[in-house]
Ligand binder design. Structure first.
Ligand code: PMP
Length: 384
């Protein structure tokens, strides 16, 4: 995939926060802003051509998760996809049933939405990992009952790379309670691990464009045929009335182009990133007071570690002074701890000093060596 380095050759290790758009995504967006700029709802040829660009992207994304184009609704990003999934399904099915089951490590766009639904009268049961820091599918089944509307469980945790047992939990829940709606936030898994709607037993899947070398401001929600989701944005009835508003053709086309680029190389890219993770762990293995918070079998794309005794933000800015960009525990919380690390048993000084290194297949071994060297220097020079 063609991605130029840019930003003065800095070492960018914050790919879980956002990725650099690939050239194909940029080209697709520019084409939709210069040549193919019609409104997909217009009845003339310019409108039809814009609609064709949206349909092309929709098919690419649907194919990638083993779905049909008709299952895909475009949104403004995974935050909106998560809101649409949870609020939309709660509105459609929540008159008779009131419980929602969730993992305790969800992204804020799920967790805050659940809190809002709680205020509306839903009972939210948050399932925590067991003492060993691992989620048990049986705990999710046990949290469900006849009064449960839906269960939501992210696939890959954005702070640690932990892979949740979505398939195991959802299939067990569906066997016992076929009517419970299953939703998974696959933002950090899509185009990295296999994400297939049927394999995961998922009714609703949230995806984001900018985490996969597309452009910010576009996402998608997979909705299984027959599953009802009431709209949260009403208006001109675009996207079959599920999400009104003129489709952002440039961003959607870029999303599709990024998927098209990545699709044939997912396994190859995964293997490359897994080797990079191994290299990184070797590089920091003997660094004093540096601990690894990510599980060995987590997604290799995200490595969370603690430079114990050095506050995340201070270390982050020290690294930045060396042109190395990483994130503290969670990029979305702007320095505020989200509490997710605590759920995984990472507390106190380890949580205060957590740093997230997130890679892409274009990351190089040399960049990791520069990072590891600067981390050692930071451990010596930075005051806690
Ligand atoms: N879910 C997860 C797991 C994420 O990592 C993010 C991005 N930080 C989101 C949802 C939100 O995605 P978007 O930026 O497209 O709204």
């Amino acid at each position: 995939m063609q991605i130029t380095k840019g930003m003065n050759e800095l070492v960018y290790l914050d790919n879980a926060a956002t990725t650099k758009p690939c050239q194909a995504a940029v080209d697709a967006a520019v084409e939709a802003m210069t040549v193919n700029f019609g409104n997909p709802s217009s009845l003339h040829r310019a409108g039809l051509n814009a609609q064709l660009a949206v349909d092309k992207a929709r098919k690419l994304i649907a194919d990638a998760i083993g779905a049909e184009s008709s299952n895909i609704t475009f949104t403004s990003g995974a935050t909106e996809s998560n809101n649409l999934a949870l609020r939309g399904a709660a509105a459609a099915y929540g008159r008779k049933k009131h419980r929602i089951v969730a993992s305790s490590v969800e992204h804020a766009s799920v967790d805050e939405t659940l809190s809002a639904l709680e205020k509306q009268g839903f009972e939210v049961v948050r399932v925590a990992p067991a003492e060993d820091g691992r989620f048990r599918p049986a705990d999710f089944v046990a949290a469900c009952n006849e009064d449960t509307v839906m269960v939501t469980m992210m696939y890959v945790n954005n702070e640690t790379g932990y892979v949740l047992p979505v398939k195991e939990a959802f299939s067990a829940i569906k066997r016992r309670y076929p009517d419970i709606i299953t939703h998974t936030d696959c933002v950090q898994a899509f185009m990295k691990l296999p994400v297939k709607a049927n394999t995961l037993c998922a009714d609703l899947i949230s995806l984001s464009g900018h985490k996969i070398h597309g452009v910010k401001g576009v996402g998608a929600l997979y909705i299984r045929k027959g599953v009802r989701v009431l709209p949260i944005v009403t208006g001109g009835k675009q996207e079959k009335g599920i999400r009104s508003g003129t489709e952002s053709v440039p961003l959607i086309a870029a999303f599709g182009a990024a998927v098209e680029q990545l699709q044939p190389t997912i396994t190859e890219r995964y293997d490359r990133v897994a080797a990079l993770k191994t290299h990184l762990l070797e590089l920091i293995a003997d660094a004093e007071n540096v601990t690894v918070n990510s599980p060995e079998d987590g997604s290799p794309y995200v490595v969370n570690l603690s430079a114990v005794g050095k506050r995340s933000e201070i270390m982050l800015h020290f690294l930045e002074s060396r042109e190395i960009y990483v994130s503290s525990g969670s990029a979305c919380s702007k320095g505020q701890q989200s509490g997710v690390l605590g759920e995984f048993g990472i507390t106190g000084k380890r949580a205060d000093s957590a740093i997230r290194v997130s890679m892409t297949a274009e990351t190089t071994a040399e960049e990791l060596e520069i990072f590891a060297e600067a981390l050692r220097e930071g451990m010596e020079k930075v005051r806690g």
